[in-house]
Design a protein around this ligand. Structure first.
Ligand code: SAM
Ligand code: SF4
Length: 335
């Protein structure tokens, strides 16, 4: 990763938001089946031919970094199940203009990949962790793999990946009783423990399970006095807090009840090469088709720039109409 090369300023959308961050989903496959994300048997998988090849991901990453988009996060599905993922990470990390390459993982394979990730140039890692209890983990993810995930987190920490952000989706009646215990991890480790409001991709029982950020905050305050902390340098949507004397930080991300959109700096590319400018919009731009029809890099850049001008000002998550429509689930968009 280099910032020695003089790169253009990142593009801005029609609402003056600077777009400098891409989330690249490298697969729709996953080794877990989190109840809130995937049905037990998974969903019909994308055809192998429809998923972008590494050269295609790399071309897209080269185009966006050339446009001034300087932060890329690798995600999925579960990115560590994609074969030769470290090669792709290494190649992306060497693109001129890239300032930060990071990854989001469920941690199952992390003890085996942590060192390799670090060697590709990745430092920042987000790990999903919804519970500290093995049985609950097994019920929530439909796989009894909590010990592997915990070991993965420890390996990542020892290897020196940093910051380590643990992401918890809060679900009423499932893990809301663990908010305090998860938050207490920040006294023991310099982790960022971030609580995320459940988002309505799958409608079943959504309203009962949703816990608003204000309630999460109330529970966090029961642990110890909580002070606001500086924004994380990734400039993401989390509001940060910390307990006095704790080395770690607490984050709250409120896509549903909060003001998520005015600071949105991101684009997403799905594993099948669709560009999405808003997590919650159904609009997609087919970059795979452009790539495979031989469009030049300049033409693809034009297509991306045009899509950025159409990035919606805000999501319609709370509208009745949105709730009734089926959007791609998170594993397919790339969370
Ligand atoms: N498999 C990796 C993982 O779990 O970290 C990366 C992909 S996963 C789709 C990315 C993130 O999306 C995870 O932290 C997951 O908890 C979150 N997620 C999935 N469905 C969600 C939902 N309905 N509401 C909020 N977050 C969700
Ligand atoms: Fe897999 Fe991540 Fe979805 Fe869980 S949240 S099923 S780990 S993609």
């Amino acid at each position: 990763m280099t910032d020695r090369v003089l790169m253009p300023a990142p593009p801005t959308d029609s609402f003056e938001r600077k777009i400098d961050y891409l989330r690249l989903s490298v697969t729709d496959r996953c080794n877990l089946r989190c109840t809130y994300c995937m049905p037990e048997d998974g969903l019909p998988k994308l055809d192998h031919r429809d998923i972008l090849r590494y050269e295609e991901f790399l071309t897209l990453a080269e185009i966006v970094t050339g446009m001034g988009i300087s932060k890329i996060r690798i995600t999925g599905g579960e990115p560590l199940v994609r074969k030769n993922i470290l090669t792709l990470c290494k190649n992306i990390s060497q693109l001129p203009g890239l300032k930060s390459l990071s990854i989001t993982t469920n941690g199952v394979l992390l003890s085996q990949f942590a060192q390799g990730l670090l060697e590709t140039g990745i430092k920042r890692i987000n790990i999903s962790l919804d519970t500290l209890k093995r049985e609950k983990f097994a019920a929530l993810t439909r796989q009894d793999l909590f010990p592997q995930v915990w070991e993965g987190i420890q390996t990542a920490f020892t290897a020196g990946l940093s910051p380590i952000k643990l992401n918890t989706v809060v679900l009423r009646g499932t893990n809301d009783d663990e908010i305090e215990d998860l938050a207490r991890l920040t006294f023991r480790y310099p982790f960022h423990v971030r609580f995320i409001e459940f988002m309505p991709f799958q409608q079943r029982d959504y309203d009962r399970q949703f816990v608003p950020a204000a309630e999460i905050l109330q529970r966090l305050k029961r642990v110890a006095p909580l002070a606001r902390s500086d924004k994380d340098e990734s400039n993401g949507p989390a509001l940060y807090y910390r307990y006095e004397s704790a080395p770690g930080r607490i984050g709250i991300i409120s896509p549903v009840s909060g003001h998520f959109c005015p600071a949105c700096n991101r684009l997403r590319i799905t594993a099948d090469g669709k560009l999405r400018t808003c997590l919650f919009s159904r609009d997609e731009t087919d970059l795979r088709q452009a790539l495979r029809q031989g469009a030049s890099q300049d033409r693809i850049e034009e297509i991306i720039r045009f899509a950025i001008t159409l990035k919606p000002e805000k999501h319609e998550l709370n509208s009745h109409i949105f709730r009734k429509c089926i959007s791609r689930p998170m594993f397919s968009i790339g969370g």
